[in-house]
Design a binder for this molecule. Structure first.
Ligand code: F6P
Length: 343
């Protein structure tokens, strides 16, 4: 059989491990042929792909990014998108397509399968860790390590200068990176998109800490964190093909507001794409490899419209439609354990 594979949306450490696993098991064990499409959905829309081999995917396991390239191309942003993909798959005699991506890529994969009958299955990825139906996505562990290490480093300079350091981490809709890196790094304030923040409360937490003799503080804010409506104005960024605004800015806003209101010198650091780059942790390499193996097994068995997911410690196949229904965000109960350490 012949299968296509693509990586879409923001890149993420571990993508290459999935590609390698699909190719290795697909060719070695099943004798299939694998075509790698370039730059997410742009590849199958424009017929841009090449055959992958065990040789061409050697040595990529520890490499960050994706050897296939990626883009935020939305096949549903053009009327003929689904039909074009269907004809490209037919022209290349492909029996199906494995789409590795986050909420947008998987959402498109689900619609191509459910509404257009295409043989597509998904593999979940995102450093944000917010895909429904799977307990964890690969990339998250790596991003968490990077963010936690950055917070450790900022601690020492914050302490020396008696400053408040605001660390802006990624997390558009879900605050997993902020919550976990904040707890791991001993942050005094953690702000997540799920819970709009009150700037007065943020400042009182910092003041309380300073009144107890600590003369520096660390604030960790997810890029998607927002003030309670009507309290502070946040500028909206331009949007991509999936309608998502470009984020990044909450850190500097907090820097200004905190310094003005508390009088404590404050600096903001935006970690940004540093969290997405570089070599995946061992945990992410293993999870990505398990997903890749499960994906090629599922393609071999024509389990279209499905997605491998981590449930507890087991990899299970779940329906794509279930996975894209709702993002896995931080609930108030899941945030609770961090509270004793704030302020
Ligand atoms: O979805 C993963 C993510 O890293 C988000 O946290 C962030 O908002 C977005 O991607 C950034 O995307 P881009 O690479 O297009 O700036």
């Amino acid at each position: 059989m012949r299968f296509g594979v693509l990586t879409g949306g923001g890149d993420c450490p571990g993508l290459n491990a999935v590609i390698r696993a699909v190719v290795r098991k697909g060719i070695d064990r099943y004798g299939h042929e694998i075509i790698g499409f370039r730059d997410g959905w742009r590849g199958p829309l424009e017929g841009d792909g090449e055959e992958l081999s065990i040789d061409s995917t050697r040595g990529i396991l520890p490499r960050g990014g994706t050897i296939l390239g990626t883009s935020r191309t939305n096949p549903f942003a053009r009327d003929d998108g689904p039909d074009t993909i269907a004809s490209v798959l037919a022209e290349l005699s492909l029996d199906g397509l494995i789409a590795i991506g986050g909420e947008d890529t998987l959402g498109a994969a689900n619609r191509l399968h459910a509404e257009h009958g295409l043989n597509v299955l998904g593999v979940p990825k995102t450093i944000d860790n917010d895909i429904g139906a799977t307990d964890v996505t690969f990339g998250f562990d790596t991003a968490l390590q990077v963010a936690s290490e950055a917070i450790d480093r900022l601690h020492t300079t914050a302490e020396s200068h008696h400053r408040v350091m605001v660390v802006e981490v990624m997390g558009r809709h879900a605050g997993w990176i902020a919550l976990y890196s904040g707890v791991a790094g001993g942050a005094d304030v953690i702000l997540i998109p799920e819970q709009p923040f009150d700037i007065d409360e943020v400042c009182s937490l910092i003041r309380r800490r300073h009144s107890r003799g600590r003369n520096f503080s660390i604030v960790v804010a997810a890029e998607g964190a927002l003030p309670i409506e009507g309290t502070i104005v946040v500028a909206a960024g331009e949007t991509d093909e999936f309608g998502h605004a470009r984020l990044g800015g909450i850190g500097h806003l907090l820097e200004r507001e905190t310094e003005e209101r508390t009088g404590f010198e404050t600096r903001a650091v935006v970690l940004g794409h540093v969290q997405r780059g570089g070599t995946p942790t061992a945990y992410d390499r293993v999870l990505a490899t398990r997903f890749g193996v499960a994906a090629i097994d599922a393609a071999h068995e024509s389990r279209w419209g499905m997605m491998p997911a981590l449930r507890g410690t087991r990899i299970e196949l779940v329906e794509l439609v279930e996975a894209v229904k709702k993002l896995r965000t931080v609930t108030p109960e899941e945030f609770e354990f961090a509270k004793p350490f704030l302020g």
